[in-house]
Design a protein. Structure first.
Length: 227
């Protein structure tokens, strides 16, 4: 993953601040919880590489359900996050593990930026300009709010996270990539873009590349069977 999106402050990655993020969600997987013995081993430095990879996968499974899992399950993350040094460091740790952990981390970094830019007037102006040309881009239909306001980008972040939580990984990837591509294009086509808009466009280009790189590749055998 590129350093710039990770090292840039993106706020509380596991807290969706916008109203669209507080809608009722389906309950998380029944009985799901982190393996506390693995957490303890990791924080004490005694966990082996295979168990650490398994722990990273468990964390990646938990993150999309942090709104609807029992408090005890979510709190199991606390010593892990504290040990790593914060939520951004948690994402960097997940990114070191290929597969679901890396993909989840990169998507959550995108979500953090979407939440951050939701309150940026320059970015919203660029988004309004883009929507004046094409109010509902094909790949975002059904996901964009009717009005362009501080709920628009946060709403997209919520929908991406919701798809992950519903085990619709490919749909989440597709929406994440479409969102990053759309915002990159909005920055490129903005009228007199300021530094925030130019930076946003550059970051979205990084995010599109990083998520694409982490996404699972289609199985060639499966494609042949479908053919």
């Amino acid at each position: 993953m590129h350093d710039k999106p990770l090292l840039k402050s993106v706020g509380e990655l596991l807290r969706r601040p916008h109203g669209s993020s507080h809608r009722t969600r389906q309950a998380g997987p029944e009985g799901f919880a982190l393996d506390v013995s693995k957490v303890a081993g990791f924080t004490s430095g005694t966990l082996g590489p295979e168990d650490e990879a398994a722990l990273a996968d468990e964390v990646a499974q938990l993150l999309p359900h942090h709104w609807d899992l029992p408090t005890k399950s979510v709190e199991a993350l606390t010593p892990l996050v504290d040990h790593l040094g914060g939520q951004q460091e948690l994402m960097a740790w997940l990114d070191r593990h290929p597969g679901r952990p890396r993909l989840t981390a990169r998507i959550y970094v995108l979500l953090g930026h979407l939440d951050q830019y939701s309150e940026d007037p320059e970015v919203l102006a660029a988004v309004r300009h883009a929507r004046a040309q094409d109010p509902y881009p094909v790949r975002l239909r059904g996901y964009l709010t009717p009005e362009t306001n501080d709920e628009t980008l946060g709403g997209l972040a919520y929908r991406i996270e919701e798809l992950l939580g519903d085990n619709r990984e490919q749909d989440a990837i597709a929406l994440a990539l479409a969102t990053a591509d759309w915002l990159r294009s909005a920055a490129q086509n903005a009228e007199s873009p300021g530094s925030d808009v130019r930076e946003m466009g550059e970051l979205m280009g990084h995010m599109h590349h990083d998520i694409s790189e982490a996404a699972p590749r289609p199985d060639p055998a499966a494609r042949q069977e479908l053919g």
